[in-house]
Design a protein around this ligand. Structure first.
Ligand code: HEM
Length: 152
């Protein structure tokens, strides 16, 4: 489950279900970065871009690496700051369903992957279709192969 947790986190880092988060300031303020924000200013937080920034994730940001979520010391999962991994947003209005989402994803993934091997069809373009929610531009064509040899 530790590796699967890393794989799900890595998927949400590169393809967050909510790619952009619009906010609006109620009062003029200064962000921790030093940027001044006027009253009623619209701000678009790009969660998609945050998951792909070299200064946040390092030179290997493009690589799908579940290992970056695993602590070598404890062999458990790294707790990564929500202001760094923002797929569930951060702060008081962050997603309260985060733990349920992980539980459901792990449950489904482990049930399916125990029985079947999922292989993406050769040359199928895997591209995101940014919208309010993240969709796949061409869907995901896969072959579902049974792990039991007699069912092949
Ligand atoms: C991979 C799965 C999920 C992702 C990536 C996700 C992501 C998010 C994000 C980014 C927000 C902030 C939206 C905003 O402020 O505009 C949010 C809010 C919320 N999410 Fe999720 N979510 C997921 C699953 C779930 C599940 C399973 C539940 C419930 C069981 C849930 C319940 C909520 C609720 C109630 C809010 C509103 C919180 C508030 O406004 O204070 N989410 N989610």
């Amino acid at each position: 489950m530790v590796y699967l947790h890393g794989a799900i986190s890595e998927t949400l880092r590169l393809y967050p279900s909510v790619p952009n988060e619009p906010k609006q300031s109620m009062e003029a303020d200064v962000l921790p970065s030093g940027h001044a924000v006027g009253k009623n200013t619209r701000i678009l937080v790009s969660i998609y871009s945050m998951g792909r920034m070299e200064e946040v994730w390092g030179k290997d940001w493009m690589e799908f690496k579940p290992e970056r979520w695993i602590s070598e010391r404890t062999e458990g999962n790294n707790i990564i700051n929500a202001y760094k991994f923002a797929a569930f947003l951060a702060g008081p209005r962050s997603c309260p369903g985060r733990k349920i989402a992980f539980m459901q994803l792990k449950n489904i993934a482990s049930c399916v992957l125990r029985r079947y091997k999922i292989v993406v069809v050769d040359d199928h373009p895997v591209l995101p279709l940014p919208s309010i929610m993240m969709f796949m531009k061409y869907g995901l064509k896969v072959r579902v192969l049974s792990r039991k040899p007699e069912n092949k």
